[in-house]
Design a protein around this ligand. Structure first.
Ligand code: TYD
Length: 202
């Protein structure tokens, strides 16, 4: 099964992926863990270009295509082969991030972003997507504000959130919103419950 995590910056997504990993390791359930953009030699190089704050001249379309290029490599080099071997794949961000960040927040248009990503994902959508449902302006955590996208305005990040919310409706139940609790263990339990229900984990 293919499981992805989505959410705005500062909502504790990476912590939750790590807690899920700890649980699966502890209970002897193997999985392949990847993050976007990155997780292949080529995709990590693309990640550096995207994140570099010196790249102020990067156009929206370049950014969108770099995310798609990183994804194309990851799907073919890691995700699809692992799924074909029958393994569980857990990915921190995937195409829904491009839809929310580039499609909605950058205003490039959802259909355009889906078109750019179609050859990258080649029909591969997650079985389950956990969306950590917290509006960034209401988040109790703070951004690191080090990379190019994190430096965007609060308004940009709220648009990302609205984009995700809009996508949930059309996802036929694939994207499942999970409310983060102040207690990260409570959030982790909520996520395990959803993944058990979907048959992704035991
Ligand atoms: P990362 O440091 O991994 O952030 P996070 O911990 O929040 O996942 O950086 C990824 C950044 O790239 C983040 O700001 C979200 C953004 N992004 C897009 O804009 N489009 C995409 O398709 C993906 C995968 C990420």
């Amino acid at each position: 099964m293919f499981v992805t995590f989505e959410g705005c910056e500062g909502v504790g997504k990476s912590t939750q992926v790590k807690m899920l990993r700890d649980y699966l390791d502890r209970t002897g359930q193997p999985a392949v863990y990847v993050r976007e953009p990155g997780s292949t030699h080529i995709s990590e190089q693309i990640r550096n270009i995207i994140a570099n704050p010196e790249n102020t001249e990067m156009t929206d379309i370049t950014e969108a295509m770099l995310f798609a290029a990183s994804r194309a490599q990851l799907v073919r080099e890691v995700i699809r082969p692992a799924l074909e071997r029958g393994e569980l794949v857990i990915c921190d961000r995937y195409v829904d991030s491009s839809v929310a960040y580039q499609g909605y927040a950058r205003g490039m248009g959802v259909e355009r972003i889906k078109q750019i990503n179609a050859p990258a994902i080649d029909g591969l959508l997650p079985d389950v997507t956990i969306f950590l449902d917290l509006r960034p302006s209401e988040s109790w955590r703070t951004f690191k504000n080090t990379d190019r996208l994190e430096q965007e305005s609060a308004d940009f990040h709220d648009k990302v959130y609205d984009g995700y919310i809009a996508e949930i409706k059309g996802s036929n139940g694939r994207i499942i919103p999970v409310k983060p609790d102040f207690d990260k263990k409570v959030t982790a339990e909520r996520i395990l419950e959803v993944l058990r229900e979907k048959g992704a984990i035991k």
